[in-house]
Design a protein around this ligand. Sequence first.
Ligand code: FAD
Length: 382
Amino acid sequence: MDRVVIVGGGVLGIMHAVEARRLGHRVVHLEREPGARGASVRNFGLVWVSGRAPGPELALALRARNRWEELAAAVPAAGFRANGSLTLATGDAELQLLKEAAELPDAAQRGYELLDPQAAARDLNPELGGSFAGALLCRRDAAVEPRQVPGAFRDHLLAGGTGQAPAASGTARAGYSWLPGREALEVAPHAVRDHTGTWHHGDLVVLCTGAAHTGVAGQHLAGCERQPVRRVRLQMLQTRPLPGRLTTSIADGDSLRYYPAFDLPGRDRLPPQQPAAAAAAAQLLLVQRLDGSLTIGDTHAYDEPFAFDVDEDAYDHLRGRAEELLGSRLPPTQRRWAGVYSQVTTSELYHRSAVAPGVVLVTGPGGRGMTCAPAIAAETFA
Ligand SMILES: Cc1cc2nc3c(=O)[nH]c(=O)nc-3n(C[C@H](O)[C@H](O)[C@H](O)COP(=O)(O)OP(=O)(O)OC[C@H]3O[C@@H](n4cnc5c(N)ncnc54)[C@H](O)[C@@H]3O)c2cc1C
């Protein structure tokens, strides 16, 4: 293989570009917007190992997490830090479930450790001044800066980098072409046509078109026996900078309801969710950005058509939960937004299918896409 065409400038597209360059292929990279605007820049930037299902999902996440760490050495602007996470239990039932998780056979692979509130708050993350019953530390969790990731890797590739070491010279520059403002409309064997009418030919064309299920991938998806992917909409917010420094990312006990790692006997004993959380299928995840601000989410809507506006009740709930756990007032909200991801409806971890000879569609990683993108890209080329 020599030439690879990639459609979509989100994290899956850029990680395929990085992997292709690492393998020595020339890359042409198309994106319909001026830059990434989809789920990849709207997410928490969590490289999240802790909640993954045992087996293949955990293995994929761990491979990806290791790759993120390697890539960070070459692309420091991605903001990778191995900061770990704390999942905080607020009652006995949540605490019992955390204890079950801490005893999983793969707990050591995840870097799980059960902490009492004192240890979690005083020793590990002194900003946690609120009330909670205990915490599950996941040492393998990490974070990146989602708004910076696509641009940081593009700059690296444009400077001749291949994801392995800081770009040293411009000699390999011809190996990567970034074509923003080009919408792919049609595929043919080993080729894709953009809206200007230009055909881009490659030994391999990879469509990383995210949650655009009716675009260039739409005809193929509609032809599948059963719709292999669905769309999920999430609400998020970002505060102004917090004066203190959170040493880990934070999750509340509601996250135990959603992540497959916690599908353990104790889950059935969890009390009902608070009504505002249940109405929005909410969990609290909180990541401090490098500038000190806090990214806070999230909610889940599964039924389309999605609301075009954001719902304040969900934000009140999430801010309230964060304040309970931190034991202090949050800085004012600076930004609110919603994001949509593509999620497989099968037992696969993501969707990959041949759309035409030499053309593959890779999408549907759902809420693990930022985490797993480097490993998914490696699997495409393997
Ligand atoms: C609010 C939110 C929070 C999340 N938090 C996390 C998290 O913390 N950790 C985690 O692991 N995952 C998280 N996820 C999931 C993760 O963000 C996604 O799985 C991942 O970003 C998907 O990447 P992508 O490249 O497939 O899609 P996208 O980022 O949507 O990129 C697709 C790109 O393709 C372009 N495109 C589409 N059609 C065409 C076309 N025809 N021609 C040219 N370009 C086209 C789009 O413009 C877009 O830029 C979250 C998702 C959301 C929405």
